[in-house]
Write a protein that binds this ligand. Structure first.
Ligand SMILES: [Zn+2]
Ligand SMILES: [Zn+2]
Length: 349
């Protein structure tokens, strides 16, 4: 495949580049290039990897511009497949980087936190969720040895600007409005291009949806992990509210960060809402007996049997189980068993 095939022209001054994510089943991030009177602006940047960088820069050339010409970078959320190359883009162009404040806070925390503090926090959380010692041991070892976090995006770029929900972004010649869609991350935003669809498809403009609404995948919803904040958040509740907000916008076309563009956003939103409702109902059946979050995760349906899920993904799965428990408790459909340690949850009578 030549680099030229990585670029798609969506019309109306919007193109996209498929920037690969190495060793990841998602395959690539769709990086959008939006023309403005001040120069091209990117929506997300892609994974920090030499091949990804080469694809991005070659793609920009195929879009008729270059990385040095970029005026700005709008980040849908802080994940490394979206924000990974931002520092390199800024270095090569002087472009500003904009992000919602809640995700900027995650970036600051990631940069400032001592890795051993993070490991200690995660080990504590996993034990409280009922994880077996064998699962927590590597984290405890890393905490004690002060090992660096072997995670990508350890040193993500600090944004220069804040994306304020509800505001039109200051992009000369364009009408692009920020829609706050927390859930997948606390500061996830969708960007609504309030201009008529270039092919005059019915609906309200186009929506850059990041990971919030994808055509064939339901994004991961876990807890917002913050060692400094004990607030009991409800990320799944946030996500479901954000979904309804995006459905009501009724954009003519959705430009997501993975997979492919699609129409009829309200139908996709309904599908996702139904998926989560049936998942929550299914969990209540499992919660006929008291279960820790870990035990619930073991019994939940994943894309493969629990025994085949590797260490890191199990941690993510437990976080997703906890997000669902939070929602059920908040709705009064499940409750914590008084005095249980680690805490167990059971369906409400
Ligand atoms: Zn993401
Ligand atoms: Zn993503």
């Amino acid at each position: 495949m030549t680099k030229a095939t990585q670029v798609t022209d969506h019309g109306g001054g919007v193109q996209s580049i498929r920037v690969p994510i190495p060793d990841n089943p998602l395959g690539y991030t769709l990086i959008y290039v939006l023309d403005t009177d001040a120069g091209p602006v990117l929506v997300d940047t892609g994974w920090d990897d030499p091949e990804s960088w080469d694809t991005l820069t070659a793609g920009l050339a195929n879009c008729g511009t270059s990385v040095g010409d970029l005026a700005g970078v709008l980040i849908t959320h802080h994940h490394p497949d979206h924000h990974g190359l931002s520092a390199k883009v800024r270095e090569a162009s002087g472009a500003w980087i904009a992000m919602h404040e809640a995700d900027a806070a995650v970036v600051r925390r990631t940069r400032e936190n001592d890795p051993s503090r993070w490991y200690a926090y995660m080990a504590r959380k996993l034990l409280a969720a009922g994880a077996p010692d064998a699962h927590v041991a590597p984290l405890a070892r890393a905490r004690d040895e002060g090992a660096p976090r072997r995670l990508p995006g350890l040193d993500p770029a600090l944004p220069d600007r804040t994306i304020t929900p509800g505001d039109l972004l200051p992009l000369p010649g364009r009408r692009l409005r920020a829609i706050w869609t927390p859930g997948h991350t606390p500061g996830h935003v969708c960007l609504h291009l309030e201009e008529e669809h270039p092919a005059r498809l019915p609906g309200n403009g186009r929506l850059f949806s990041g990971d919030h609404v994808l055509p064939g995948i339901s994004p991961h919803i876990g807890l917002y992990e913050d060692p400094d904040d004990a607030t009991v958040t409800d990320p799944l509740g946030d996500y479901l509210d954000s979904l309804e907000r995006v459905g009501r916008l009724a954009p003519a076309e959705v430009l997501p960060a993975h997979q492919h563009t699609f129409t009829d956003a309200p139908a996709r939103v309904r599908e996702l809402l139904e998926h989560h409702e049936s998942r929550l109902t299914g969990l209540l059946t499992l919660l006929a007996e008291p279960l820790t979050p870990w035990q619930l995760a073991e019994r939940m349906e994943w894309n493969r049997p629990w025994a085949d899920i590797p260490f890191g993904s199990r941690t993510i799965a437990v976080s997703e189980a906890e997000a669902h428990l939070r929602r059920l408790v908040k709705l009064g459909r499940a409750e914590a068993v008084a005095g249980s340690d680690p805490v167990t949850y059971v369906a409400a009578p």
